[in-house]
Design a protein around this ligand. Sequence first.
Ligand code: ZN
Length: 229
Amino acid sequence: MEFTKLQRERAVDGVYKELHQAIVSYRIKPGERLHVEELATMLGVSLTPIRGAIQQLATEGLVEVKPRSGTFVASLTAEDVEETFQIRCALECLAGEEAIGRIDEAGLRRLRDLLKSLKRPVRSEEDRRAHELDNSELHQIIIKAAGNRRLVEMYEALNAHIKIARVHSSERDWPARLREEQAEHEAIVAALEARDATRLRAALRKHLYRAKDALVAALRAREEQSPRP
Ligand SMILES: [Zn+2]
């Protein structure tokens, strides 16, 4: 029994990884329909792990299950990003205020290490993924340092970093913005180290609104290229 369960879980994980990657990298496009049977045949698994993986992707907002209509890759519009980042900024500034008095030496050390690895050039898909993981971790540290479980849950529900990855993976120019991003991350960490709430709030706002504007511009450009039906 134990063995059967383990096997099933592994199949779900495998399917999840495949689909997640395909959606994030736009191999399956927003709005495209997912056929459960077809996917099962292509991936050589039964329907159960496909359904499990789709459920997981739906909670992350990558897939939309419409009753009586089917399963589709969730759309990602400029408006989605605009709204997500407005809330993200509010939550992250709140977290920052709390984190000022709570972040410990280990947290600050990890932030400094991340600043270093975020300086590495981004030349390949792998570099991009590593960069996005580091970027996401840097922000997570601030969110978690606030010590507010509800805030963490709300932040995670925004899936901001998945949305960023979805835009970046099909946008060639984004590494051109790395220098700006680097300077902004450095300002954020410096403000935390100085335990200066006003500076931290300003640094977070500057970073998040600049990033939002860049993502929105990329999505608008794409929307103009291929107008939605
Ligand atoms: Zn960042």
